[in-house]
Design a protein around this ligand. Structure first.
Ligand SMILES: Cc1cc2nc3c(=O)[nH]c(=O)nc-3n(C[C@H](O)[C@H](O)[C@H](O)COP(=O)(O)OP(=O)(O)OC[C@H]3O[C@@H](n4cnc5c(N)ncnc54)[C@H](O)[C@@H]3O)c2cc1C
Length: 434
């Protein structure tokens, strides 16, 4: 109890910090229409991006959302907008050859530019800043590994970066915990909750309608298209878009066998004394360390706080316990914050895949996209747009990711029994400094 009082602010909450400025919008559950051109399942970035472009293309669009609009990861993430993939460029070049490897990274860049352009074009006020990304090295070996990676990206992608030597770390982070790192100036950040609300507003203005608290429980093929079942009624849709990422369920046995849900966790400090955030993260970059199960930290865009995420993986009911562990990590990264109080802890569900690629495709005529492995701000928005272009019959619906086989594993039906082992293995590698 005493420890709780020490680290938790009096107004501590177990909901996303982002929901303070971007509360989840209330929508009375509207009647389920008998027909629609396109049923979009899920109201995060993927679903809203698809819905917006389909509605602008003249389709009647109905968005089905199991809970409040945008209650999934799209209003819970860290707001890093990057163009990285889980597979490093160097290892991809070795396994696939330079042309194919560069093709994937080029697509990630398109996604990055697309989301920036969409925010500007749609005039969505969500604190979009080209802030740069700083990756902090905990050892000379990590620093060398980053330097090699940056060099490969410079050579094959023309990507600008700067190695910050150990002696100059304080330019980027006000802590003795790191020994230099890599700075990529062209990376961005947003307020994720405001971005989701902005996309929702634009999709509704374009004519899409959203049915909140209307989970899709089944989808059946019919002569006229698809029968979309919900507890509140059924709709016949010509096309269906599955945009459920880490929250999918029985509506798609195909995706359940291929998407591996895992939980991300974040905390926010309470308001820090004036000058603290400027001293600790002087450049306002989005930052992370170089562990396998990494910690990521940034300034809150709209306040004097620091947000930190990490210890991703398994679900827990004990969010306060998770907050304590993240608070400990916060104090190890920034010793000055050992006594800082936390105002929020929250969790959200992400989606990994067996091959660690994001996926977009069509199965039995149903469009889907997901498995973004922590990169859904750009990738979800981009893939949603691409699905819309495909349904509208436009040429530019193709992506570099189209031909990837979407793998599953024997005995995997949606419950990731292997997840604790995978997380333990990552933690073990991090403890050993591999
Ligand atoms: C803590 C955390 C930090 C992250 N940080 C970053 C980051 O900094 N940068 C980044 O790029 N990515 C990050 N991500 C990942 C990113 O948030 C996701 O990849 C992205 O939001 C996925 O968007 P989406 O629209 O596909 O899915 P979601 O936003 O998760 O939306 C899916 C929606 O589908 C709904 N749904 C599910 N099943 C049904 C059903 N049967 N019927 C109706 N509705 C249904 C859910 O209720 C949910 O609202 C992070 C994720 C977490 C959790």
């Amino acid at each position: 109890m005493r420890q709780d009082q020490d680290i938790f602010a009096p107004d501590f909450k177990e909901t996303p910090y982002w929901w303070e400025a971007a509360p989840r919008p209330r929508r009375e559950p509207a009647p389920v229409p008998p027909r629609t051109d396109v049923a979009v399942v899920g109201s995060g970035y993927t679903g809203l991006s698809a819905a917006l472009h389909l509605a602008r293309g003249g389709r009647q669009v109905t968005i089905f959302e199991a809970g409040e609009p945008g209650q999934g990861a799209s209003s819970r993430n860290a707001g890093y907008v990057g163009r990285t993939l889980k597979h490093g460029l160097g290892s991809l070049i070795e396994s696939l050859g330079a042309e194919r490897a560069v093709g994937f990274y080029r697509e990630a860049r398109f996604a990055y530019e697309h989301v920036r352009e969409a925010i500007e074009r749609e005039k969505i006020d969500c604190h979009l800043v080209r802030c740069g990304r700083f990756m902090a090295a905990a050892s000379p070996a990590q620093y060398e590994s980053m330097a090699r990676d940056m060099e490969t990206k410079r050579k094959y992608l023309g990507e600008e970066s700067e190695m910050v030597p150990a002696g100059e770390t304080r330019r980027e982070l006000g802590t003795p915990s790191f020994q230099g790192g890599a700075l990529i100036p062209d990376m961005s950040s947003i307020h994720p909750g405001l971005f989701q609300l902005g996309m929702l507003a634009r999709a509704e203005e374009a004519g899409a309608s959203i049915l909140a608290h209307t989970p899709v429980t089944g989808i059946r093929r019919e002569a006229a298209g698809f029968m979309v079942e919900t507890p509140r009624g059924r709709t016949v849709a010509r096309e269906v878009v599955l945009a459920t990422n880490g929250y999918g369920g029985r509506e798609s046995p195909y995706l359940r066998r291929r998407v591996i849900p895992f939980h991300g966790y974040m905390v926010a400090t309470g308001e820090l004394p004036p000058g603290t955030v400027e001293r600790l993260i002087p450049g306002s970059r989005t930052c992370h360390d170089y562990r396998h199960n990494l910690f990521y930290f940034r300034r809150a865009p709209d306040g004097n706080r620091i947000l930190l995420g990490g210890r991703s993986g398994n679900p827990t009911r004990d969010l306060k316990g998770k907050a304590r562990r993240l608070h400990k990590a916060l104090g190890e990264i920034f010793p000055e914050l050992r006594t800082a109080k936390l105002s929020h802890v929250w969790t959200g569900q992400c989606a990994a895949t067996f091959d660690q690629w994001p996926h977009i495709g069509e199965q039995d005529g149903i469009h889907y996209a997901g498995g973004y492995c922590f990169a859904g701000v750009p990738m979800g928005t981009w893939f949603g747009y691409k699905i819309a272009r495909r349904i509208l019959g436009a040429q530019e619906g193709r992506t570099a990711f189209d031909d990837l086989p979407f793998e599953t594993r024997p005995y995997y039906w949606g419950w990731p029994w292997f997840r604790p082992l995978a997380v333990a293995q990552l933690d073990w590698k991090d403890r050993r400094g591999h």
